[in-house]
Ligand binder design. Structure first.
Ligand SMILES: *Cc1c(COP(=O)(O)O)cnc(C)c1O
Length: 221
């Protein structure tokens, strides 16, 4: 457990260093602690150390963990960063403060319906499949502008940023740069990019949110 607190401190320090090195104002880069598969007692260690922003990948797992955690830590903020099935849209809107995996019309439509029904409107990030990998979620880059416009106009969703997961075998920086360009031309401020292995490069290229799991919580079993 002490390990989590120590590693969290190290990651925070590395983020501050990278922000300073690359001329980013302090406070412009938020750390999302990715707690998928981690039990509640490990997450509590991070919460007690002052980490309030978390990322989760699975609706069912989050439904089991977070209502109890939120009761104890009402200021916690949880972002959905994993692929989302349309039939889980309502659960996701009920559970999360942001959904970062918005990537297709069928999902946008179900989220919009849930927002209406529940009167709750999580922040939205459109996921872009910058490497155009068939097994990965995200809208393809050539379709991104039109999809973002439909999210805003057709579905009336509050899109504030973009998210990407570069192909594991690629240099991540060209993917981060591409995401930055798509965000800029669509007037979006949020850039969720960079994980344990590459968050410094993401900060250099404009990340506002880095999603760090294993560097904080250790390898996932
Ligand atoms: C698991 C996951 C992360 C965290 O990855 P680490 O390499 O453990 O830091 C970040 N983003 C997404 C979308 C993930 O699924």
């Amino acid at each position: 457990m002490a390990d989590v607190i120590e590693r969290l401190g190290e990651v925070r320090a590395a983020i501050a260093r990278a922000a300073d090195d690359f001329g980013r104002p302090p406070g412009e880069v938020s750390l999302i602690a990715v707690s998928k598969t981690m039990p509640a007692e490990v997450i509590i260690e991070a919460l007690e150390a002052g980490q309030l922003l978390f990322g989760e990948n699975y609706v069912q797992e989050s439904r089991e963990k977070w209502p109890g955690l939120r009761e104890r830590f009402p200021d916690a903020i949880v972002h959905m960063i994993g692929p989302l099935q349309s039939n889980k849209a309502q659960d996701a809107v009920a559970l999360f403060d942001a959904i970062q995996s918005l990537d297709r019309d069928s999902l946008a439509k179900e989220i919009a319906k849930a927002v209406q029904k529940l009167g709750r409107s999580p922040e939205m990030f459109v996921q872009v499949n910058t490497g155009e990998e068939p097994q990965k979620g995200g809208v393809a880059p050539p379709q991104a502008d039109a999809f973002i416009a439909r999210c805003r106009e057709t579905y009336d969703l509050p899109v504030t940023g973009l998210m990407c997961i570069p192909p594991a075998e690629d240099q991540p920086s060209p993917h981060f740069a591409m995401l930055n360009r798509i965000a800029a031309r669509n007037g979006l401020k949020g850039l969720s990019m960079g994980m344990s292995a590459d968050f410094e490069a993401a900060i250099q290229l404009g990340a506002t949110h880095v999603r760090v799991g294993s560097a904080i919580f250790g390898a996932r079993g």
